[in-house]
Ligand binder design. Structure first.
Ligand code: BTN
Length: 252
């Protein structure tokens, strides 16, 4: 059974599947075949759903699996900030479809949290051409609508478990509408307004944080995001680190 009819704003094209290995993989295949910016792949289930750092992403029927293909005309470093736009758009969509009952927080770099539990993960993959220019980005977003994994390394939840069972169709439709709202703002005004919207939902700001980097661990306070989307961690000494990639942990 296909998802109920999904209407997308102008500029977005729907690729709706029953099952797929990973919507990110399908979006990359479409990109390699020349699909335009705005292609959105959704599937009812994934057989090889992927998370960050090579983790598997549990993909039972009932949750949302989506991947958006974008072809921004900027460097990959700038384009990578679009994950914050996606996080804000999805957080707003969740809040809207739950009638304000669930208000997700944005956790750096790209998770959504509800009651200190993960409800959405975002996976950005990119391809470049001619040096640093972006050929395409695929931004996958998975939302625990009906189910959540209980074997997760970190505590998770679902919208249903949070008391707000919603329709995946309504969530996708609202999500893409919010992406369509934010993309022109990003194109015109850059990252600043998105950073502001993200910070308004920022998870753990002002709290102690541990950042696990490739070769070391840093401890301090999460004081905010810089203009490029890097996490600012202030050590007790007052020294500030800017962190572009890594995993962060907040005390519960
Ligand atoms: C993470 O938090 O580790 C990122 C999870 C990303 C999951 C989504 S589900 C849709 C898309 N397809 C995938 O295989 N992964 C992303």
């Amino acid at each position: 059974m296909a998802l109920r009819t999904i209407r997308l704003p102008e500029g977005f094209t729907l690729h709706e599947l029953e099952a797929v290995d990973s919507t990110n993989e399908e979006a990359k295949r479409l990109a390699d075949k020349g699909a335009q910016s705005g292609a959105l792949v959704i599937a009812r289930t994934q057989t090889s759903g992927r998370g960050r750092r090579g983790r598997a992403w549990s993909s039972p029927v009932g949750n949302l699996y989506s991947s958006l293909l974008l072809r921004p005309t900027c460097s990959l470093a700038e384009a990578a900030r679009l994950t914050f736009l996606i996080a804000v758009a999805m957080a707003e969509a969740v809040e809207t479809v739950t009638g304000g009952m669930v208000r997700p927080d944005c956790k750096w770099p790209n998770d959504l949290m509800v009651n200190d539990r993960k409800i959405c993960g975002i996976l950005l993959e990119s391809a470049s051409n001619q040096g640093a220019a972006t050929d395409y980005l695929v931004i996958g977003a998975g939302v625990n609508v009906a189910f959540f994994p209980d074997d997760a390394e970190r505590p998770a939840t679902s919208l249903a478990a949070s008391g707000s069972p919603v329709s995946v169709t309504d969530l996708v439709t609202t999500y893409v509408a919010r992406v369509a709202h934010w993309l022109p703002i990003w194109e015109q005004d850059g990252f600043a307004p998105i950073r502001e919207a993200w910070l308004a939902r920022g998870y753990g700001i002002g709290k102690p944080v541990v950042a696990r980097l490739t070769e070391r661990e840093l401890q301090g306070t999460f004081v905010g995001l810089d203009e490029g989307g890097e996490l600012i961690l202030r050590e007790d000494s007052g020294f500030e680190h800017r962190i572009g990639a890594g995993e962060v942990f907040f005390a519960a």
